[in-house]
Design a protein around this ligand. Structure first.
Ligand SMILES: Cc1cc2nc3c(=O)[nH]c(=O)nc-3n(C[C@H](O)[C@H](O)[C@H](O)COP(=O)(O)OP(=O)(O)OC[C@H]3O[C@@H](n4cnc5c(N)ncnc54)[C@H](O)[C@@H]3O)c2cc1C
Length: 307
């Protein structure tokens, strides 16, 4: 039996694991990979201490840090996906998709979030046939072409900036007039002459037979319906928390994020903490996830010593 199971190894899980190792807690980290969701990001420019780092290099740094501190206390169970978490004798049992079971007195949920799908006609049919959720993976395939980005948050504008390096034109569609993205990122994208913004607009259909050849959208002010001719569509409409395995165990908010006490990251169940994008934390960023992971671990350590 472990002292602690950490589910996930993005910034929240890795930060907590580093602290757990230094506090000699017998810990297992269960995760599909090390790095988390910004693995696909080309440029992260706000990870404190690094003016610029790619998602892949950040993940390598996480892995190196874990390797340096883990000693014989921290076990890595990567390429594993937790499918259920239940209360067991003296703690909790996590079961993985491959059939393994791990038990511990305490659990930190740091399972982050995954991409929200574009739920309009044509989107599923043409996924990976011109419609994609990963600019870093697929962007270069659209060199010299007209492409669209859907979403006006940081991820949408960062995707547009990546694509502007090689696409013929990038048109970003957003539901509202105001953007959620940082003004500095919006301005950087707007400075490109081949960057176009259509807002407030609502995409209504992905067009094309074998491959994407356009996008139908409605102008939300005039009600006008138009077709935009594009060969590629990059979707950045937000994320869904990875919390399915918690259903019925801890309290979740209406969009299935784990409700936590922001003072110490405790959930509604004693012995389970949560940190990062899987929680109802207002702001979702790497530094915040790492900080929440550390905050949780400090509290977990004191709790384990007391019990
Ligand atoms: C394209 C993109 C660009 C971004 N750019 C920035 C940026 O520039 N700066 C910034 O601060 N933030 C950025 N973000 C946001 C940032 O990536 C997140 O806030 C951060 O990754 C959250 O960290 P986390 O540890 O909570 O979860 P995640 O990073 O989502 O990590 C979750 C971990 O849990 C694992 N996992 C999930 N479900 C299970 C399961 N059932 N069983 C086992 N393991 C599981 C995953 O494999 C992963 O290891 C970006 C996000 C995206 C998508």
């Amino acid at each position: 039996m472990y002292d602690l199971i950490i589910i996930g190894s993005g910034p929240a899980g890795v930060a907590a694991a580093v602290y757990a190792a230094r506090k000699h807690l017998k810990t297992v980290i269960i995760a599909e990979e090390i790095g988390g969701q910004s693995l696909v990001s080309d440029n992260i420019e706000n990870w404190i201490g690094s003016p610029k780092v790619s998602g892949i290099d950040l993940a390598k740094a996480f892995a190196a840090h874990l390797e340096a501190v883990k000693g014989d206390k921290v076990t890595l169970a990567t390429k594993e996906r937790v499918i259920s978490l239940t209360k067991g004798e003296g703690g909790f049992v996590a079961k993985t998709k491959s059939g393994k079971e791990f038990s511990a007195r305490a659990v930190l949920v740091a399972s982050g979030a995954g991409r929200k799908k574009l739920g309009i006609p044509g989107a599923d049919r043409l996924e990976n046939k011109g419609l994609t959720y990963c600019a870093s993976c697929d962007g270069p395939l659209f060199s010299g072409m007209d492409v669209a980005v859907i979403g006006g948050g940081n991820a949408g504008f960062e995707t547009a900036l990546q694509l502007l390096a090689y696409a013929k034109s990038v048109t970003l569609l957003h539901r509202h007039k105001d953007f959620k993205a940082d003004p500095v990122t919006v301005e950087r994208a707007r400075a490109h002459t081949n960057m176009h913004i259509l807002a407030p607009t609502e995409p209504t259909e992905v067009l094309g037979e074998q491959f994407v050849n356009g996008l139908k959208y409605t102008n939300k002010e005039s009600g006008e319906v138009k077709d935009l001719a594009v060969s590629g569509i990059f979707v950045e409409v937000g994320v869904n928390p990875n919390t399915d395995f918690l259903d019925g165990l801890v309290e979740l908010d209406p969009i299935k994020r784990v409700k936590v006490d922001p003072h110490n990251q405790r959930t509604s169940v004693e012995g389970i903490w949560a940190a990062g994008d899987a929680t109802d934390e207002l702001y979702h960023q790497n530094n915040i996830a790492a900080g929440d992971g550390v905050k949780a671990l400090e509290d977990i350590y004191l709790w384990i010593k007391k019990h």
